[in-house]
Ligand binder design. Structure first.
Ligand code: PHE
Length: 453
């Protein structure tokens, strides 16, 4: 057994606190901002189906594995991988996995914070009544003017980074638990209200049809990769966020049950967002493939038109911002935990460094929406490049390695004891998924994308 006394590592106050925090990490911009726009860009139904299959067959087993590795080691991801490799007598190169996770987390946060800043800015726009009675083209103009201003984007990005650091400095299992407790239920209620509005647009069924009737001719190798990458992104997998949260989890809690609850809630929020947004898209003759601005160009139309829309608009963007915050803290926590526990940094200094690096990197994303919008590498601007590199490559590669480690390197008696599943059969199913199905799927999708298959 691994000694945990000397690490100074915290624990969640209860199972519920852990579920809230991990759900807080999973549910964020990925569900409400990213899922709808990438679904729109990749043709709808068939993409959604691939995404759901990936969540079930790859995401859930890997989420269990990642939580398990964290809890067994009770350490930050870099140290966790070092310890677990020793415990399994494996090659010490495995600790590079922890490194890749730390880097992926900071890269993701650099653009995540910029988009979360948009959401914060939209709280103010909703408050000042900018959306009232505005039609689709007026709403689009508001968005276009906003993202063309680097100064405004920088301001909101900075504000969001500061808010993230203000929470992380206190330690994720102090302030965080309370924030999520109220946010999650409220977010669900609001999503249902928006779906209610979508039903009145006259294009509700067209929206549902787009989301749920698969047309496989629209799927390309790259859209399958995007769907798979998004399963990792939306569940916060492959970079150590769930590992670090698992490391604060006490030993008597069932990993499998909590993982199903978290993944279920996450998927539900994404589908609700899609069901709310696409009817508005079609009712206003907008295009599903309008990219990262999609929710900012559609939902304000609803807020401008519906009764009580002023308040709903404010609440929605406040909640989206908070949902983004509970994810952003998990993006930076692996780095901070490592700097504190291994490099002797104080929590303040660790936040300052990791936050500073991320803040500067974020400027690249800001510029890709305005002054550098024509600067492209492999036909992608900086934002698209970072998104592709992290969500489509680094997270699936990280997840693949976690699957191999949990399925092939770690001793079965250790994983079985740690997971403590309700029955031996359920453990066996997990073992097959993690050893064969999950890694092979990731591998085949990659082969397909590079054109070997
Ligand atoms: N899961 C978060 C979302 O959907 C993003 C995230 C990715 C958070 C990776 C942590 C790690 O918004």
């Amino acid at each position: 057994m691994i000694d945990t006394k000397s690490t100074g590592h915290g624990t969640w106050s209860s199972r519920f606190a852990y579920i809230l925090a991990a759900t807080g990490s999973a549910v964020g911009l990925g569900n409400i901002w990213k899922f709808p726009y990438i679904t729109g860009e990749n043709g709808g139904g068939a993409f959604v189906l691939v995404y759901l299959a990936c969540v079930l067959l790859i995401g859930i087993p890997i989420m269990m594995a990642e939580t398990m590795l964290g809890r067994r080691s009770q350490r930050n991801p870099i140290e966790a991988m070092e310890l677990l490799t020793k415990e399994s007598n494996a090659d010490s190169n495995w600790h590079y996995l922890g490194w890749m996770g730390v880097i992926a987390g900071l890269l993701i946060l650099s653009y995540y914070s910029v988009i979360a800043g948009w959401s914060t800015a939209y709280v103010l726009k909703a408050f000042t009544g900018s959306f009232i009675d505005a039609d689709a083209s007026a709403i689009k103009t508001i968005f276009d003017n906003f993202i063309s201003s680097p100064i405004q984007l920088l301001f909101w990005h900075s504000l969001f980074m500061l808010a993230t650091l203000a929470i992380v400095v206190r330690g994720v299992n102090n302030g965080l638990e309370k924030a999520v407790q109220y946010l999650m239920p409220a977010l669900f209620v609001l999503m249902f209200l928006l779906v209610g509005y979508a039903m009145t647009t006259g294009s509700y069924f067209q929206g549902l049809h787009f989301l749920f009737s698969p047309d496989f001719s629209k799927l390309t190798a790259n859209s399958v990769l995007t769907a798979m990458g998004h399963a990792f992104f939306t569940l916060s997998l492959g970079m150590g966020a769930i590992m670090v949260y698992g490391s604060y989890l006490s030993k008597d809690i069932s990993i499998s049950k909590t993982v199903f609850i978290i993944a279920g809630a996450d998927t539900l929020v994404a589908l609700l967002a899609g069901i709310a947004i696409f009817p508005i898209v079609f009712a206003n003759n907008l295009h599903p493939n309008s990219g990262p601005g999609l929710i900012f160009e559609t939902l304000p139309i609803a807020f401008g038109a519906m009764t009580g829309g002023w308040l709903m608009g404010i609440l929605f963007f406040v909640m989206l911002t908070v949902a983004a915050l509970t994810s952003s803290i998990s993006l930076i926590e692996p780095t901070v935990a490592w700097l504190v526990e291994n490099k002797g940094f104080t929590r303040e200094k660790a936040c300052l460094w990791s936050g500073g690096v991320t803040w500067i990197l974020g400027i690249g994303t800001i510029f890709s929406f305005n002054v550098w919008s024509d600067f492209k590498i492999f036909e992608r601007n900086i934002f698209q490049l970072l998104d592709y590199l992290t969500a489509n490559l680094m997270l699936p590669i990280g997840g693949f390695c976690i699957a191999i480690f949990a399925g092939w390197i770690m001793l079965a008696q250790h994983s079985e004891a740690e997971l403590n599943m309700p029955s031996t059969e359920s453990y066996k199913i997990w073992k097959i998924l993690i050893s064969y199905v999950a890694p092979a799927s990731v591998f085949f999708v990659f082969l397909h994308v590079v054109g070997v298959l």
